[in-house]
Design a protein around this ligand. Sequence first.
Ligand code: NDP
Length: 246
Amino acid sequence: MSTSPPTKWCLITGSSRGIGAAIARKLAGDGYSIVLHARHNRQSCEELAAKLTAQGTSCRVLMFDISNRAAAREALEKDIAEHGPYYGIVCNAGITRDTPFPAMEGEQWDAVLRTDLDSFYNVLSPCIMPMLQARKGGRIITISSVSGVAGNRGQVNYSAAKAGIIGATKALALELAKRKITVNCIAPGIIETDMIETLPIEEIKKMVPLRRLGTPDDIAATASFLMSDGASYITRQVINVNGGLV
Ligand code: NDP
């Protein structure tokens, strides 16, 4: 008699739309159970949850602000207490507040650092100990950016936060390696989502060697691989998915 493999739950932050939603769809197709998450956009999460559930995926929705340490801890501890630890976590949610540095307001700096960098601690800290105690290994995937790898004008705040994510990812990978939890980072180039709707798309395409923008599915394909058993010997890495931009 064959027994089905144990359910592996994956939390994808910021999965109401864009890259996070594509990762959720892909991981659901790969057979994982999915925890969707957003800050405000519960309706989009619920709609995606309904679609995935109809396709046979176990799914639930969590709402909290990743820049709010106490709120994140409360929501995550409650979810883990009720449903058990996650096998995989994709730290995807993020924002931009672009402006040239001389004109950058303190609020723009703070909002991006609190959301894009502090969330590494706010989301992962409540999740790690239960993951370790489960003794089943695991996968952590963070989302940086070409802006964090190379720096980008008008994005000093965002480049700082996304470079910080790379350092934090590499350090955490060292701490968790002996427990068979891999920690890797994806650094996307310019990807077609709401986040880039104000950018000069045609100009950007000319700068990309592959001459197109990336799609959320391009990032989801890499996340799918990093989450898989086939990636069990990959940790502490930054995978650039950027059409050859840098
Ligand atoms: P979108 O703007 O399309 O979606 C952002 C997602 O993050 C939404 O689900 C949003 O929730 C959620 N979110 C934003 N702020 C918070 C918060 N404070 N608390 C909880 N959830 C929040 O972004 P993308 O899909 O384009 O980007 C996803 C990730 O990829 C980000 O980290 C981004 O920096 C990175 N990236 C994107 C690139 C691009 O070109 N698009 C390039 C390189 C990196 P809600 O719907 O409720 O607002």
